[in-house]
Design a protein around this ligand. Structure first.
Ligand code: PGA
Ligand code: ZN
Length: 427
């Protein structure tokens, strides 16, 4: 049963490596009964400029400046003192105290990487032996297994190829269950590998486990993925395996223009390109189609394609309740990407999710390109009934840890519904 009286006897962090070989934090909390709760902190590469601040040491002699010893010291010092100072009635209570102690609007003093690790481990302490997906569920939400959005082809800053669009995901929306969706994802991934090999393309992997061939045009990639879906024996589209894109357009937006495969495009050119892509391919979801600073473009994108496509805000929303509220008011996007470390506490993440839900915005819970084996987001997506999760390819341990945790949840709770929410299905 979820607890409302947690006291901690020990709080510490360790500098460990993430999936890219960069340092990150592993946080361990010990409660008064001697039970330990551990969390691993994710880290992005194509980050939004308004994300909560990840504290890095900046000492070039260690890990190229990416060390996190200061953040570790903040957990071991100030945050440990705070957590041990009293009994905590709830995670919200604890998160609020950490935010107050940090004292900055962006968590830049103690570090969002320090805070989010403590918050995630504390969420496990408050679960009191319940699975996290049970204890994190808001009272008015129905738990649900998500459609996995498997990133099978990587570009942008996640791969050393010429492809500007960052993520090409397959979404088995037509699968009858979560395990069948994972099976479909793995089958399409294998078919895509064979197809790339046959063509003589490279089958090395990008940061999120997708293939990273040297193909510059997004439409050429989409053609290959549609073929791989067919080769694996599934229909492409709503009745089988659909496609989701995350171009991560902030990364190729410079001087007011979008730079894609050698072309220089305006916001309206990009919108027209996406409209054509949506007409030609079974793409159902588009994340960060335009840059985080291009709010006017986003308004036009939403007006023109919002009925047809799920338009997910990642860099532009950064899981920030205030920014999502502004976006809802301006009619920008219709879906929020949810990343714990963009905002820095579990409580604020749940707030961002509540605000999105109440406005009828859909949600996709997300990993980061730098990950640990911690499967926290698998439980989070089930608890908050989002119906969508992206955790990279069906390959590489830190990616499949999340899908495997969901397989475990599906096996232990066969009553859980699977699939997109009704808001998402409307599109
Ligand atoms: P990041 O990218 O984790 O490198 O920021 C993921 C995304 O853009 O969705
Ligand atoms: Zn993104």
């Amino acid at each position: 049963m979820t607890r409302n009286d947690v006291a901690f006897s020990d709080v510490s962090a360790l500098e460990v490596l993430d999936s890219r070989g960069n340092p990150t934090l592993q946080v361990t909390l010990t409660d008064r009964d001697g039970v330990r709760y551990v969390a691993g902190v994710p880290s992005g590469a194509s980050t939004g400029t308004r994300e909560a601040v990840e504290l890095r040491d900046g000492d070039d002699k260690r890990f190229g400046g990416k060390g996190v010893m200061h953040a570790v010291a903040n957990v071991d010092g100030e945050l440990a003192d705070l957590l041990r100072s009293r009994t905590w009635a709830s995670l919200a209570d604890l998160d609020a105290a950490m935010i107050e102690l940090d004292g900055t609007p962006t968590k830049s003093r103690l570090g969002a990487n320090a805070l989010v690790g403590v918050s995630m481990a504390a969420a496990r302490a408050f679960a009191g032996g319940d699975p996290l997906w049970v204890s994190l569920r808001p009272a008015d939400v129905e738990a649900r297994l998500p459609v996995p959005h498997l990133n099978v082809l990587n570009g942008g800053v996640h791969a050393p190829n010429d492809l500007d669009f960052q993520e090409f995901m397959i979404a088995p929306v037509g699968a009858p269950s979560f395990p069948e969706a994972v099976r479909a994802g793995a089958a399409v991934y294998a078919a895509l590998r064979s197809l790339l090999r046959t063509r003589g393309d490279a089958t090395g992997l990008g940061d999120e486990g997708g293939f990273a061939p040297d193909i510059a045009q997004p439409e050429d990639v989409l053609r290959l993925i549609v073929q791989a879906i067919g080769d694996a024996g599934y229909p492409a589209g709503a009745s089988g395996v659909a496609i989701a894109l995350d171009p991560a357009a902030s990364e190729f937006y410079r001087d007011g223009s979008y730079h894609v495969a050698g072309e220089t495009l305006s916001s309206d050119d990009m919108i027209a390109r996406y409209e054509q892509i949506a007409a030609d391919f079974p793409v159902w979801s588009l994340e960060d189609g335009l840059a985080e600073g291009d709010w006017d473009g986003w308004e036009r994108l939403t007006a023109r394609l919002g009925e047809r496509l799920q338009l997910v805000g990642d860099d532009i929303f950064v899981t920030n309740p205030a920014i999502i509220t502004e976006a809802i008011g301006r009619g920008v996007g219709n879906s929020s990407l949810i990343k714990l470390n963009q905002i820095g506490t579990v409580t604020e993440t749940l707030d961002a999710q509540r605000i999105s839900r109440e406005a009828g915005y859909t949600q996709m819970v997300s990993h980061r390109s730098g990950e640990t084996p911690d499967p926290f987001i698998a439980d989070l997506t089930v608890a908050t009934g989002t119906g969508q999760l992206k955790s990279g390819a069906p390959a590489r341990g830190e990616r499949v840890a999340k899908y495997n945790r969901l397989l475990e949840i599906a096996a232990t709770a066969p009553e859980l519904p699977y699939g997109l929410t009704s808001e998402a299905r409307l599109r």
